[in-house]
Design a protein around this ligand. Structure first.
Ligand SMILES: [Zn+2]
Length: 199
């Protein structure tokens, strides 16, 4: 019995190390960077957690838009029509959201002033991230609509994510866990004191 258990354990170990080897073999620096093709693990059972995360009273961005920037709302900076918010579930340290202050889920329905202000705010956010974090690159992306992957589809938000070579290790792939080097508080403090310099 004990021997049989040992054999099963041994077999399990072998499979695990094989898996690990194949995962690390796939991760070649510069090749696994969005939006290039990547392996996808489909987990429809995760939807209940995603729904739970986005289910809340009112729009979280509109609540932040009503107040002056504070760490509680994660809004770190405001312009005339736009604002910069720290992503609560960051992909990388310095992962920001840039969005219009007005509740609007359709980019085509923004006024010219709102659109221009939004684009300028994205640009100043990028400049600030380059200086503060010195990344190798930045992902700037908009998921337009729920089917395109927007978590809060009724309120537009661009993702602006600093990227470093090799920052996609095997953790997010196999454990749905991302290791970050700084807390949200530290990110907030760094960006709050710097963003205004770039307006
Ligand atoms: Zn809103």
């Amino acid at each position: 019995m004990a021997a049989a258990k040992k054999a099963v354990r041994k077999k399990g170990k072998k499979v695990a190390s094989k898996k690990k080897a194949s995962v690390s073999a796939k991760l070649q620096i510069g090749k696994d960077v969005w939006p290039l093709e990547r392996d996808v693990l489909f987990r429809p059972d995760r939807m209940k957690y995603v729904r739970k995360l986005i289910k809340q009273e009112g729009c979280v961005f509109c609540s932040a838009a009503k107040e002056a920037p504070t760490f509680e709302t994660l809004c770190v900076f405001k312009t005339k029509h736009s604002m910069v918010v720290i992503n609560k579930f960051p992909y990388n340290s310095g992962h920001l959201l840039v969005l219009p202050q007005r509740h609007c889920g359709d980019l085509l329905k923004l006024s010219d002033d709102e659109f221009a202000d939004l684009q300028n705010t994205i640009r100043m956010t990028m400049k600030c991230l380059m200086d503060v974090y010195d990344p190798g690159g930045i992902n700037v992306g908009l998921n337009h609509g729920a089917v395109a992957g927007a978590g809060i589809p009724d309120h537009l938000h661009y993702h602006v994510i600093p990227r470093w070579s090799g920052d996609l290790n095997f953790f997010p792939l196999i454990a749905e866990t991302k290791v970050l080097v700084e807390s949200l508080e530290q990110t907030y403090e760094k960006l709050w004191s710097n963003l205004k310099k770039y307006e």
